[in-house]
Design a protein around this ligand. Structure first.
Ligand code: SF4
Length: 369
C-alpha cells in the first residue's frame, strides 16, 4: 500500500512537470505562423510507418543506421514493459499484463534481448562521441554544452537498460530462491524453481545463472525492488529531461515524419500580399481575391523565431544535432559559415529565449535583436 501511494505521488509529479513542458511548447507554437494544412492522413500514415517505424532512411548509413534502428525498435518493445510497471505501481499488482499469455512471453523476451542490444549500441555511440572525434559532431554551433547534453541523454539511456536488466535478473533470482526456500518443489507445488517466474527473460536468466544461489531470498527481493524503482524513476526523469534536451527528438521525430511536406521538393508557397502587388502591377484595375488591399502586410522572410511556420519550429524540436545536413551542405563544405544544423539549433534557442517574453508581454514584444 505504501509503495502504491509513493508511486502514485511520483507519477503525479512526473505528469505535472511533463504537462507544464507540453503547455509551454504549445504556447511557443502559437507564436509561429500558420503553415500548410494537414491533409492526406492515409498517405502520411504510410510514410510514417515506412520512414519512422521502418527506419528506412537511416539505413543509408549501414552500421550506425542499424544500431539506431535497433535502439528505436527496442524502445518500442520495452515501452510495453514500462506500461506494465505503471499498472503494477498504481494497482499493487505483479506482472499485470501476464494475462496476455504467450504474447507476453514474446514481448518480455524481446524486451530483455533489446535491453542488451540497446546498452551495447549506446556504449558504441558514446565511444564514437567521446573518443573518435567524428567530424560531423563538430562545428561552430556545437558548443561544449551540446556535447554534454548528448552524453547525458546517452548515459541516461544506458542506465535505463542496465536497470532494466538488473530488475529482470533479480526478479528471476527472487522467484527462484523464494520457491526453493519455501520448499515448494518438495511439496509438489512447482516442479522447478523456474515455474514461479512469470515471463521469459533469456538475457537476464543468463545473468541470474551467473549469480547462482549465492543470495538469500531477502537480498534478491531487496535488489529486485531497488532496480524496479531505479528503472521507473529513470523513465520518469528521462521523460522530463527530454523536452529540454536535443533528445526531444525521441518524442518529436515520429510525429514530425507524419507531418512531412507532401509537396514536391523546392515548391515555394506564395505570399498573398506579394501576389496581390504583382497582380495589381500586371493587371491594374482587377482586384485580387487572394488578399484584399487592406490586409496587413506580412513580414518578408524570417527575421526572428516567430516568423517561421509552425512546421519549421517542429523540425527544430525534432533535430537531434546529428550534423548530417551540414555534412552534405555544399556551402558548408566549401568553407562558408552556413550550417543547416545551426539554423535549426538557433531557431530552437531563440524561441526559448524570446518566446516566454512574447507570451508574457505580447506578440509584439521586441528585444531589438
Ligand atoms: S536538421 Fe540536420 S542536424 Fe538536425 S537532425 Fe536533421 S540532419 Fe541532423
Amino acid at each position: 500500500m505504501l509503495k502504491q501511494l509513493v508511486f502514485s505521488l511520483t507519477l503525479l509529479a512526473t505528469l505535472g512537470v511533463f504537462t507544464y513542458s507540453t503547455l509551454r511548447y504549445i504556447k511557443f507554437f502559437r507564436l509561429t505562423r500558420a503553415g500548410f494544412p494537414v491533409k492526406n492522413f492515409g498517405r502520411r500514415f504510410c510514410i510514417m510507418v515506412k520512414v519512422a517505424i521502418g527506419q528506412t532512411k537511416i539505413f543509408r548509413f549501414p552500421f550506425v543506421g542499424l544500431l539506431h534502428a535497433l535502439v528505436f525498435w527496442g524502445f518500442c518493445v520495452i515501452l510495453f514493459g514500462s506500461i506494465e510497471m505503471i499498472i503494477d505501481g498504481l494497482f499493487g499488482t505483479e506482472k499485470a499484463l501476464s494475462l496476455l499469455g504467450p504474447f507476453y512471453n514474446i514481448i518480455m523476451g524481446s524486451g530483455d534481448i533489446f535491453a542488451l542490444i540497446i546498452a551495447v549500441s549506446i556504449l558504441i555511440f558514446l565511444v564514437r562521441r567521446v573518443f573518435m572525434h567524428i567530424k560531423r559532431f563538430e562545428g561552430i554551433e556545437m558548443k561544449h554544452v551540446s556535447h554534454i547534453d548528448a552524453n547525458i541523454a546517452l548515459s541516461l539511456i544506458l542506465f535505463l537498460m542496465i536497470s532494466l536488466l538488473g530488475m529482470n535478473t533479480f526478479y528471476i533470482l527472487q522467484q527462484k530462491l523464494i520457491s526453493l526456500y519455501a520448499g515448494q518443489i518438495q511439496a509438489g507445488i512447482t516442479t522447478s524453481p523456474t515455474e514461479a517466474i512469470v515471463g521469459f527473460y533469456p538475457v537476464s536468466s543468463y545473468f541470474a545463472g551467473l549469480a547462482g544461489n549465492t543470495l538469500t531470498p531477502l537480498t534478491a527481493q531487496v535488489l529486485y525492488q531497488t532496480f524496479w524503482w531505479c528503472h521507473i524513476l529513470l523513465i520518469f526523469l528521462f521523460a522530463n529531461v527530454l523536452p529540454y534536451s536535443k533528445h526531444f527528438h525521441v518524442f518529436m521525430s515520429v510525429p514530425n515524419v507524419f507531418l512531412s511536406r507532401l509537396d514536391p521538393l523546392g515548391k515555394l508557397a506564395n505570399m498573398d500580399n506579394i501576389t496581390r502587388e504583382v497582380k495589381l502591377m500586371l493587371y491594374p484595375g482587377v482586384s485580387s481575391q487572394a488578399s484584399p488591399a487592406d490586409a496587413p502586410v506580412e513580414r518578408f522572410g524570417v527575421k526572428d523565431a516567430e516568423d517561421v511556420v509552425w512546421k519549421t519550429y517542429f523540425d527544430s524540436l525534432a533535430c537531434t544535432e546529428c550534423g548530417r545536413c551540414t555534412s552534405v551542405c555544399p556551402a558548408n563544405i566549401t568553407g562558408k559559415k552556413l550550417s543547416p544544423r545551426k539554423v535549426m539549433m538557433d531557431l530552437r534557442a531563440r524561441m526559448k529565449e524570446k518566446g516566454p517574453k512574447m507570451i508574457k508581454i505580447g506578440k509584439d514584444f521586441s528585444d531589438m535583436r
